[in-house]
Design a protein. Structure first.
Lengths: 455, 286
C-alpha cells in the first residue's frame, strides 16, 4: 500500500512540474509578444547638433534611439556596399573605378560579387524591408522595372545628365516617366570573332555577302583540324540565343526583333518561322559545333579548332584571347541591326547610406568613371563625353560598327517570364536536333505569348 | 500493478517538439497550400484562383515530362544503386584492405551534390570526359557530350548519380552483413549449402531491413533530385532532363517575374508523392 502511494505521488509531481514548465514557456512568450510599448519623443540638442530622439519604453527597459541627425561634426565613416555579377578581370577593373570614386569623395566602397541568383536573393531582402547593398549593378532591365514598380528603388532622374547619356539607355531604365536605373556600361553582340592570323594563314577573307559567308563556312569545314566552322557556346544557353537573335535581325531587320519583344509577332509568324527554318538547315549541315562551355570554346577558337565564334564585345578582354591585336570580327554581311544591352546602377530605398549611394551612382554615370573602364578595353560607355582616344582599337571597331546599325535590346532579357528559360533551353535542343524545329517553335510560341501578355 | 502514465504527462513533455514541428513543418505546409490557391504577379498576390493553378501546372508539358523523369529516375537509380551496393558489400566482405576500398567508394557520397553535378558534366564531356575516353578507346561510339543530347542527357545524369550514391548503399549493406550471426553460415555449410543458396536463403532475407532503408532513401532522393540536374544540364536540352524540383525552382526563382503559385503547386505535388511512397514503404515493412 505504501509503495503504491509513492508511485501516485511521483506521477502527480511530474504532471504538475510539466504543466508548470509548459505554462511558464507559453506564458512568457505570450507576455513578451503582447506587452504594451510606450513611445515618447524627446528632443536633444547639443552645440552644432540637432537631433530628434524617439524613446521606446517597454516594461523591462528603456531604449533610446537616434533616428535623424541633420548635422554632426563626428559622423562615422561610411562604407558603401556594391553588388554586381562581375568577377575576375571585370571585377578588377571595376574596383579601379570604385577606387577613383573613393579618392575623389573619401567614401569607401566594398564590392561584393554576386551569383546569377542575385535576382532571387535581392528581392527577398527587399521583401523584408532591408538591403545589404547600397548600390546594385545589373544587366536585367526587366527585373529593375519590376522592382521599381514594386517601390523598392530610389529615383535617380536628378542624378543624370541626360544630354550626356545614350538616350535609349536612359529610356530603358525609366518607369512612368521616372528613371530608376543609371546607365553605366553598354555592351553589344556585334558578330563573329576570328583570329586574323588564322584567316591569313588559310587565305580566308571577310565575307561581304551571304553567298561569300556560306563559302567561307564550307572552306573552314575543309581545313584540317577544324571541328566545326562556327563555335557554339553554352552555359544555360545564352550564347545560342545571341547568334539566333543576330540571325533573326539579319534576315528580318531590327524591326522584327522589336516586334518580337513587344509581342506583335511570335515564333509561328511565317517570317520568323522561315528564318528559324533557315537556321535549322545551317545547323543540320554541321556548320555549328555542339554547344560547350563558352569560355573553353574561345580556347578552341584560338587553337584553330573552330574558324569563327559569335560573341559579345567582351570577347576582347577574355583571358583566353592571347593577343587582342590578332582578334577581328565581322557581322552578318549587310546586317541592319545588332543586339545591345547594358549594365545599370540602381539604389535600393532600404540603403542605410542613401546620400552616399546617390553620389556613387552619379559618378558611375559620368564620363570620368566610364573612361577608366574604357581604357582597359572590352567596355563600351553609355556616356557620350568619354573621349574617343580612350577607346582600344578593338573596341573602336565595335563602336564604329554600332554607329552604322540600329541597336535593339536582347530578346530573352527584354521579354523575361518563362520565355527567358524556354528560349535558351529550346535552342540547346535545336542545336543538337535541328529536326525538332516544329516542336521547338511550338514551345517557344507558347512561352513567348505567355510572357509578352504578362509583361 | 504498474499503471501507464496518463496522456497529459506525455503531452507536456512533447510540447516543445510539437511547437517546433508546428513552426517549421505544419505552418510552411499550410502556407504553401494557401500560396498555391492564388495568382501571383511577381511577389504580390493578385487574386484567389482556387484550383486554376493546379489545372494549369498539371496541363503543362514540361511538368508532365518532369514527373516522368522523376519516375524514370526511381526505376533506374534505385535498382542500380541497390544491386551495386549489395554486390560491392558482398565482394568486399572479409577482404584485406576492404576498408580502404570502401572508403574510396564512399567518398563519392560525401561530395556536395553541386560538385557532383559539375563532375558529371566533365565525366560526359566530349573532350575531357572519362566516358568518352573509354568508349572512344573501345571504338564503340563517336565521342559526344552526352549531357547535351536529348536522348542521353537524363540517363547520363542518372548513371552519374548512381556513382555518387552507390557508396551509401554499400555502407548500409556492409553494416547489415556484419549483423548477420556467423552461426547461420556455419550451420548452412555443415548442411552442405552452396554459396549461391546461402546468399539467396540466408543473406538476402536477413538483409531485408537494410534493403528497405536503401530503397526508401533512394526513392526519396530520386523524388527530390535537384542539384545535379541544375548544375549539369539545367533541365535541358529542351526539357529532356528536367525534374519536378528544378521546375519548382525555375517558377519561383529563375523566371522574371516569378510565379509563386505554380511553384507552390509543384512543391505540394512533390510532397504528396513523397508521402505516398513513405506510407507505401511503411506498409511493406509491416
Amino acid at each position: 500500500m505504501g509503495k503504491e502511494e509513492k508511485k501516485i505521488n511521483r506521477r502527480d509531481y511530474l504532471k504538475y512540474t510539466g504543466a508548470g514548465i509548459g505554462g511558464l514557456i507559453v506564458g512568457g512568450a505570450l507576455g513578451y509578444l503582447l506587452k504594451p510599448k510606450e513611445v515618447v519623443e524627446k528632443t536633444i540638442t547639443a552645440p552644432g547638433v540637432t537631433a530628434t530622439t524617439t524613446v521606446e519604453k517597454t516594461i523591462e527597459k528603456t531604449i533610446e534611439k537616434t533616428v535623424a541627425i541633420t548635422a554632426t561634426p563626428t559622423k562615422p565613416p561610411v562604407e558603401l556596399t556594391v553588388f554586381s555579377l562581375w568577377g575576375a578581370t571585370e571585377e578588377e577593373r571595376f574596383l579601379k573605378t570604385l577606387e577613383a570614386f573613393t579618392a575623389e569623395t573619401g567614401i569607401k566602397v566594398k564590392h561584393v560579387k554576386q551569383p546569377e541568383e542575385m535576382r532571387m536573393l535581392v528581392p527577398m531582402e527587399f521583401a523584408a524591408g532591408r538591403s545589404t547593398a547600397d548600390v546594385i549593378m545589373t544587366p536585367w532591365i526587366a527585373w529593375v522595372k519590376d522592382l521599381a514598380k514594386e517601390g523598392h528603388l530610389i529615383e535617380v532622374t536628378d542624378l543624370l545628365k541626360k544630354d550626356e547619356l545614350i538616350p535609349i539607355y536612359v529610356k530603358l531604365g525609366t518607369v512612368d516617366g521616372k528613371c530608376y536605373a543609371a546607365p553605366f556600361k553598354a555592351w553589344a553582340k556585334p558578330g563573329f570573332w576570328y583570329r586574323i592570323s588564322f584567316f591569313k594563314e588559310h587565305g580566308l577573307t571577310i565575307p561581304t555577302t551571304w553567298d561569300e559567308f556560306i563559302k567561307l563556312l564550307d572552306t573552314l569545314k575543309g581545313i584540317p583540324g577544324i571541328e566545326a566552322p562556327i563555335a557554339s557556346g553554352d552555359t544555360d544557353g545564352w550564347p545560342l540565343t545571341d547568334v539566333t537573335e543576330a540571325f533573326l535581325i539579319y534576315r528580318g531587320g531590327p524591326e522584327l526583333q522589336e516586334k518580337l519583344i513587344a509581342g506583335e509577332v511570335t515564333f509561328t509568324d511565317p517570317q520568323v518561322k522561315a528564318i528559324m527554318k533557315e537556321l535549322a538547315d545551317l545547323l543540320a549541315k554541321g556548320y555549328f559545333s555542339e554547344p560547350a562551355d563558352w569560355t573553353s570554346q574561345i580556347d578552341k577558337l584560338w587553337m584553330g579548332k573552330y574558324g569563327i565564334y559569335f560573341m559579345g564585345n567582351w570577347m576582347t578582354i577574355m583571358p583566353q584571347v592571347k593577343d587582342v591585336k590578332d582578334l577581328g570580327f565581322f557581322p552578318f554581311p549587310g546586317t541592319k541591326g545588332a543586339v545591345g544591352g547594358g549594365d545599370w546602377a540602381i539604389i535600393p530605398k532600404y540603403s542605410q547610406h542613401l546620400e552616399e549611394a546617390k553620389m556613387l551612382v552619379k559618378f558611375l554615370a559620368g564620363p570620368k568613371a566610364q573612361e577608366i573602364q574604357v581604357r582597359y578595353g572590352g567596355f563600351l560607355p553609355t556616356n557620350l563625353k568619354v573621349p574617343e582616344e580612350a577607346f582600344t582599337p578593338a573596341d573602336k571597331k565595335v563602336v564604329d560598327f554600332l554607329a552604322t546599325v540600329k541597336v535593339v535590346p536582347d530578346l530573352d532579357d527584354a521579354v523575361g517570364g518563362s520565355f527567358l528559360r524556354e528560349f535558351r533551353s529550346q535552342l540547346k535542343l535545336l542545336w543538337v536536333k535541328p529536326d525538332a524545329l516544329e516542336s521547338v517553335l511550338e514551345i517557344l510560341t507558347k512561352a513567348h505569348l505567355e510572357s509578352t501578355k504578362k509583361a | 500493478m504498474v499503471k501507464k502514465a496518463s496522456p497529459p504527462v506525455f503531452f507536456y513533455f512533447l510540447l516543445p517538439s510539437l511547437i517546433m514541428i508546428g513552426i517549421f513543418i505544419i505552418y510552411p505546409l499550410i502556407y504553401t497550400f494557401c500560396m498555391s490557391l492564388f495568382y501571383w504577379k511577381g511577389r504580390t498576390i493578385v487574386s484567389f484562383v482556387g484550383i486554376s493553378n493546379y489545372l494549369d501546372v498539371f496541363g503543362r508539358n514540361n511538368i508532365q515530362e518532369a514527373l516522368v523523369h522523376n519516375f524514370l529516375w526511381i526505376m533506374i537509380h534505385v535498382p542500380l544503386c541497390t544491386i551495386l551496393g549489395l554486390f560491392l558489400a558482398l565482394l568486399l566482405r572479409n577482404i584485406r584492405g576492404s576498408s580502404i576500398i570502401k572508403t574510396v567508394i564512399f567518398l563519392a557520397m560525401v561530395i556536395p551534390p553541386v560538385i557532383g553535378g559539375i563532375l558529371i558534366r566533365f565525366i560526359f564531356d566530349v573532350d575531357v570526359g572519362v566516358v568518352n575516353a573509354v568508349l572512344g578507346a573501345i571504338g564503340l561510339v563517336k565521342p559526344r557530350t552526352w549531357t547535351n543530347l536529348p536522348d542521353t542527357a537524363l540517363f547520363s545524369l542518372i548513371f552519374g548519380s548512381v556513382w555518387l550514391w552507390t557508396g551509401f548503399s554499400m555502407t548500409i549493406y556492409a553494416a547489415g552483413l556484419e549483423a548477420i550471426p556467423k552461426e547461420f553460415y556455419e550451420a548452412a555449410k555443415i548442411d552442405g549449402a552452396s554459396d549461391t543458396k546461402i546468399i539467396w536463403h540466408i543473406t538476402l532475407p536477413l538483409l531485408k531491413p537494410a534493403t528497405i532503408t536503401v530503397v526508401v532513401m533512394n526513392i526519396l532522393y530520386a523524388l527530390k533530385i535537384f542539384d545535379i540536374v541544375y548544375v549539369a544540364t539545367m533541365g535541358g536540352p529542351g526539357s529532356a532532363s528536367t525534374v519536378l524540383a528544378l521546375e519548382m525552382y525555375i517558377e519561383a526563382f529563375y523566371n522574371i517575374p516569378p510565379n509563386f503559385g505554380a511553384a507552390a503547386v509543384i512543391a505540394i505535388l512533390i510532397g504528396l508523392l513523397t508521402l505516398v511512397f513513405t506510407i507505401f514503404m511503411r506498409r511493406m515493412v509491416k
